[in-house]
Design a protein around this ligand. Structure first.
Ligand SMILES: [Zn+2]
Ligand SMILES: [Zn+2]
Length: 302
């Protein structure tokens, strides 16, 4: 499908948690389901970004809201558990006539199909991937620009322990980035003596490229798993602090930043404080950017 001139993108969060689902009274507000976002265009196309446990209620929602067959694109950032575990519980999989197109980077040494089929192997799940009723197509992605469901989609590598892609969705002047499971390339962000807060002052070429990828975006959804204090013990696990996410997005001139992939140990009270700290940091940087933490059910229009 050719890119449309100017499609509105409606975003709804079905899963905001990283690593493992974290249900319970302490996570009622920000949510306990793992990564899953619904992106709907005003031409009616549905894109599902990541297949964490939030994909189960999304499947039920789609079945309740649509009378005919379901046709959707599914974009995976990577195949870690918290991004695929909802897939076997997505009810539209089991209904003939539904059509799904799955896109994502290859697993470490498996195709996208084989990485998804592995978690549904007999030892782990009663129904095999190739036996589900829906028609599914698979396409392994690399860095580059694609046309998916009428949107221009750019894919760029994240800094994570397995092949992981971040996405930038564009339609006319509208742009949305989904950047999760990414760790800073270098801990010191700004070059010595350079004016902090500017894209060109970012020390490491990888971090600069990361910031450039989100340059001028209307909405950026970025992971912020840790506080700076927590990060010290979790270096090389492939995740960012909220400080990194705010600094990168502010330098890139982003209008609205939504933090997600919340750590399982962060309850609602903790995330509320982290959200305030992130907003204070944006104000200190003299950035007009709006900063919030994603919560289950949160909706944004781009
Ligand atoms: Zn993750
Ligand atoms: Zn991951």
């Amino acid at each position: 499908m050719k890119p449309h001139q100017n499609l509105t993108m409606r975003v709804r969060f079905w899963g905001t948690r990283g690593s493992i689902a974290t249900p319970g009274p302490g996570t009622n507000h920000f949510g306990g389901n793992t990564a899953c976002i619904q992106l709907t265009t005003d031409s009616g196309q549905v894109l599902v970004l990541d297949c964490g446990t939030g994909m189960r209620p999304l499947g039920d929602h789609l079945l309740a809201e649509r009378s005919g067959a379901i046709s959707a694109a599914i974009l995976l950032t990577h195949t870690h558990w918290d991004h695929i575990q909802g897939f076997p519980f997505f009810a539209p999989l089991f209904i003939p006539g539904n059509r799904l197109r799955v896109y994502g980077p290859q697993g470490a040494n498996l195709s996208l199909h084989d990485a998804l089929a592995g978690q549904m192997e007999h030892n782990y799940f009663p129904v095999q991937l190739d036996d589900v009723a829906a028609q599914i197509q698979y396409r392994d992605l690399e860095e580059g620009t694609y046309e998916i469901e009428g949107l221009r989609v750019r894919a760029q590598k994240m800094n994570h322990p397995t092949a992981t892609l971040g996405y930038r969705f564009e339609s006319g002047p509208r742009s949305l980035c989904y950047l999760t499971d990414h760790e800073p390339y270098f801990e010191e962000i700004w070059r010595d003596g350079a004016a902090a807060g500017q894209l060109e002052s970012i020390r490491d070429a990888g971090d600069r490229r990361h910031a450039e990828f989100m340059q001028g975006a209307g909405v950026v959804i970025h992971e912020a798993q840790y506080t700076p204090e927590e990060y010290t013990a979790k270096r090389n696990w492939g995740h960012s602090t909220y400080v990194y996410a705010v600094r990168m997005a502010a330098a890139a001139g982003v209008a609205r930043l939504i933090l997600t992939h919340h750590d399982p140990s962060h309850d609602d009270a903790f995330l509320g404080r982290m959200e305030s700290s992130a907003q204070e940091l944006a104000a200190e940087l003299k950035s007009p950017m709006q900063v919030t933490c994603a919560f289950e059910g949160c909706e944004v229009t781009v």
